[in-house]
Design a protein around this ligand. Structure first.
Ligand SMILES: Cc1ncc(COP(=O)(O)O)c(C=O)c1O
Length: 422
């Protein structure tokens, strides 16, 4: 499609957008009395209007039924989280039995490492990407220390090549093969938080497993953003948060995936609690742990239903729309944003370098050469919500659920004004 940097062209794209009506399903913060242009759905998704009703329902049931709500609420609490498995399985390409919702992301990655990082004298190394999200780095280091191993010998980071801003799949594979039978675990962010790169999860998973390692993915920036086929890719495990593209609220519950080959087994090392034991015997309060036949075996505590409710509301919307429609819009709105950036670049002295490689989802990370924090501040005070990463990178994620093509056009105009005003 031949794009134009005009308001009328952007509005025409909005008219033809089958998801346009979903914009009104979300609350937008306001700056100077107008809805913001929201580019930080990769950090915290906007609040869907329908979420309130899901939370209110639990407050009402609690008010009117108290403890009886566990079993007699319309959406009973004791198995509330199970309602999420089916729709979430579709979002990540898994079987419903392979999905559970619990805790928060880093906690879940730790719990999954308990099961899938089992270092031996020979096979103990962990492969991750360099400069992984800090929480992942702390997690790796603490896990390694927990096993009384040496961090510098155990943690192997895949580097980008000199002068390049992205990881090459061939370099990841080469590293896997180089470590070979010392490799215990490959655990990488499926979509990198900084440059927005989408890793070739299928190829890397195949190589890691061929080397005899477990392969897991941190999908914080992938879920609800890109197409995932975790089961078919033969991924061992994965976890993600729900507050980014899944629009489920700050710090909210995390999802996990565990391949079906590890389900219904008692020989898997796992930190266990009563919500992971079989439902029909759970309340007999017996001492033996009898694992649920699904990924719910990894559940520990009774589900925090007030936190899980917004996730259920969000999944209702994903069910209605489907990942394919979101991806289709993403594949138009992101190139349109890129086009706008290039057009504005021609009109100003500064230059923008998109450091996100072609393997990308919704996020564009843009190096603003010749610009600094004042431009970011200008954007924020003029209603463009984006984020800033050192040295001078802004991340722009036009979430297809609620961003419009007009937003992209208006952003370009505000960006230009901000640069020319300097
Ligand atoms: C890639 C990645 N991993 C881990 C985390 C940490 O998530 P949490 O604070 O929910 O544990 C984040 C948070 O943004 C993230 O982006």
């Amino acid at each position: 499609m031949k794009f134009q940097n005009t308001l009328s062209f952007a509005r025409e794209l909005d008219t033809q957008d089958p998801l346009a009506r979903y914009r009104n399903e979300f609350y937008f913060p306001k700056v100077n009395g107008s809805d913001v242009i929201y580019f930080t759905g990769n950090s915290l998704g906007l609040q869907p209007k329908r979420t309130q009703a899901f939370v209110d329902e639990i407050m009402k049931d609690w008010r009117e039924l108290a403890v009886e709500g566990h079993f007699y609420a319309d959406k009973s609490w004791w198995d509330y989280h199970e309602r999420l498995a089916q729709p979430l399985a579709k979002v990540v390409g898994a079987l419903p039995a392979e999905i559970s919702v619990m805790n928060t992301l880093t906690v879940n990655l730790h719990l999954l490492m308990v099961s899938f990082y089992r270092p031996t004298k020979k096979r103990y190394k962990i492969l991750c990407e360099e400069k992984a999200f800090p929480s992942d780095q702390y997690m790796f280091q603490s896990q390694v220390k927990f096993h009384n191993l040496d961090v510098s010998d155990t943690l192997v980071e895949i580097k980008k090549r000199e002068g390049e801003n992205f990881w090459r799949t061939e370099d990841v594979i080469a590293k896997i093969n180089e470590i070979g039978d010392e490799l215990a675990l490959v655990l990488i962010g499926g979509v990198n938080y900084y440059n927005g790169q989408v890793f070739d999860m299928q190829t890397i998973t195949r190589a890691g497993k061929k080397a005899g390692a477990f392969v897991g993915w941190d999908l914080a920036h992938a879920v609800g953003n890109i197409e995932l086929q975790l089961h078919d890719w033969d991924v061992d495990f994965a976890a993600w948060c729900s507050y980014k593209y899944m629009n489920s609220g700050p710090g909210n519950a995390s999802g996990i995936y565990v391949h079906e080959r590890y389900l219904n087994r008692r020989d898997i090392p796992r930190f266990e609690g009563w919500w992971g034991t079989k439902k029909d015997t759970r309340f007999l309060m017996q001492p033996e742990f009898d694992p649920m036949e699904t990924a719910d075996a990894w559940q520990i505590s009774n589900a925090p239903v007030l936190a899980v409710a917004p996730y259920l509301a969000s999944l209702e919307m994903f069910e209605e729309v489907g990942m394919q429609a979101l991806i289709k819009k993403r594949n138009l709105i992101v190139p349109y944003l890129e086009f706008i950036l290039k057009e504005i670049d021609k009109e100003v002295d500064s230059s923008f370098e998109i450091i996100t490689p072609k393997d990308r989802g919704t996020q564009l990370s843009v190096f603003l050469h010749g610009e600094g924090r004042p431009l970011f501040d200008y954007l924020m005070t003029n209603g463009v919500i984006t984020d800033w990463r050192e040295p001078n990178v802004i991340r722009l994620a036009p979430a297809p659920f609620y961003c419009s093509y007009e937003d992209m056009y208006r952003f370009g105009q505000i960006l230009k004004e901000g640069i020319l005003k300097k």
